[in-house]
Design a protein around this ligand. Sequence first.
Ligand SMILES: [Zn+2]
Length: 145
Amino acid sequence: MTENELNRFRTILTAKVAELERFTRHREGITVERSADQLDEIQAASQRALAVCNLDREFNQLRNARAALRRIEEGSFAVCQECDQDIHPKRLAAVPWARYCIRCQEIIDSNLEEIQAPSSDLSVAPPDDRRYYVQGTWGRASRAA
Ligand SMILES: [Zn+2]
């Protein structure tokens, strides 16, 4: 990957990080509003769940985008963290923070599905603040496998 291409990805990722930081900061106060009306409360609860879900995804993207910027500085950007092959430029254009080539990603995704099966202890709804940790564990576990 040329210096120019790296600079382009650095710009994309820096913008993405800034955007996500703005987003996640804005959403930090997911409020718990009590309502006398039960229907309102159900609606509010599902909106909260959706907001938490979105926030979850945004935090993940933020973490991934930051990690990708770090890899640019370290010189390991665009190299699969699993098999050391170059990640295809088309894949990077679509997912600039991709850590794995498409082949390794597919293997990891299929492992994750198995680990996330309902019978697994890990999937017993962890408290919200532990979810990232649990996801991190899955990520490491699947790489070790
Ligand atoms: Zn790979």
